[in-house]
Design a protein around this ligand. Structure first.
Ligand code: PLP
Length: 380
């Protein structure tokens, strides 16, 4: 087995308990016993979303829930406003375009966050907008959007508020009901620390009102079918779910409950602060505006005269630490350190120790222990 330390913004390493749960034998997915596991898992999911609404599990990665959010609520030709400040904002827009929806872009410079005022202005200027999509944690740039404040703006408009919390739920503050989020989506493989392959979506009454009056643009992700099957006895999914992944997610959610959601967020905040301090101590620069930097992933500018292959390649091959690269036009210009899921002091100490050695080995005149010292200070 490869023992490389995954410091990625997903997928993240999972606890042995989660792996073990996944190895339980398959049961009938239309049985009382599975119905119980399924119900408890979706209830725990709603707890993590902080909502009284029902949550649904989709056998698909996070993108499937993004697609479900759009394809069930907006008709072809209708307007949606997509906040785009990175790869995943773009994805929402591409999904909308693929269904013939009139996607309006609220473009935000990559590395900065949208402001509630910008959303307000866009909505004031166009009363035909049926929904607004916001990516809470733009994983491609390491920026966190102010979803609570945007929610306050959204309350004054009829448009649905759709939020992607794929790389923040279980690691940063998300409070679906209090923030006025109508549809919230996430994925299993990031802060929830379950294996990849499941998505979750939660929808409030406002969202259901729209969905019930909209012909779904998708067959597999038709949420009306998930609602109907989920309300049965036993509760089911319309199609065969990934039983093993649901065992795993159930266990991962139990771990979150045991840790306590607030404790878990504070653990992520500490890891984020330690990472930023360590990056700076090694003479590197944080890519995003620090005021809006993410709690779950730190994006770092690639130092001059160093290639991605040299930096991440050395980290991977020599020190067995896997970091993420930049995406799209940021490829080669930034690298990203994921500190989500189970990441804590030990992993950060190894990562920044290795990063110091990598930079020193590449000829940088630095104190190679400065990064790990900054991590230590943050955890003292
Ligand atoms: N949204 C965000 C913010 C993400 O980080 C990702 C994955 O990295 C996705 C959506 C898409 O998730 P998936 O790759 O699970 O489809």
């Amino acid at each position: 087995m490869d023992d490389t330390l995954l410091m990625l913004p997903g997928p993240t390493s999972v606890a042995p308990r989660v792996l073990k749960a996944m190895s339980n034998n398959i049961v009938n997915h239309r049985s009382a016993i599975f119905g119980e596991i399924f119900t408890e898992t979706t209830e725990l999911m709603s707890e993590v979303f902080k909502t009284q609404n029902q949550s649904y599990l989709l056998t698909g990665s996070g993108t499937s829930a993004m697609e479900a959010a759009i394809a069930n609520t907006i008709k072809p030709g209708e307007k949606i406003l997509n906040v785009v400040g990175g790869k995943f904002g773009q994805r929402f827009m591409q999904i909308a375009n693929s269904f013939g929806i009139d996607a309006q872009e609220l473009a935000v410079e990559w590395g900065t966050a949208v402001t509630p005022e910008q959303v307000k202005i866009a909505l004031e200027n166009d009363e035909d907008i049926k929904a607004v999509t916001v990516v809470h944690n733009e994983t491609s740039t390491g920026v966190a959007a102010p979803i609570e404040e945007i929610g306050k703006v959204m309350k004054n408009y009829d448009a649905l508020y759709i939020v992607d919390t794929v790389s923040s739920l279980g690691g940063d503050r998300v409070d679906v009901d209090n923030y006025g989020i109508d549809i919230c989506v996430t994925g299993s493989q990031k802060c929830l620390a379950a294996p990849p392959g499941l998505a979750a979506i939660t929808l409030n009454d406002e969202a259901w009102k729209v969905i019930d009056n909209t012909d779904s643009n998708t067959y597999y992700l038709d949420m009306k079918k998930y609602k109907k099957s989920g309300a049965g006895t036993p509760p089911e999914t319309p199609y065969t779910p990934s039983v093993s992944l649901i065992y795993a997610l159930f266990e991962a959610l139990k771990i979150i409950k045991e840790e306590g959601l607030e404790n878990r967020v504070v653990r992520h905040e500490t890891a984020a602060e330690a990472s930023r301090n360590a990056v700076k101590a090694l003479g590197l620069e944080i890519f995003p505006d620090e005021k809006v930097s993410s709690t779950t992933v730190t994006a770092v500018k690639m130092p001059e005269n160093v290639t991605d292959a040299e930096l991440r390649g050395t980290m991977r091959n020599k020190y067995k630490v896997e970091l993420a690269g930049g995406q799209d036009h940021l490829k080669g210009n930034i690298f990203r350190i994921g500190h989500m899921g189970n990441i804590s002091y030990k992993e950060l100490a190894i990562t920044f120790s290795a990063l110091g050695m990598t930079l020193k080995g590449l000829g940088f005149d630095i104190d190679m222990g400065a990064g790990v010292a900054a991590v230590n200070e943050s955890y003292l």
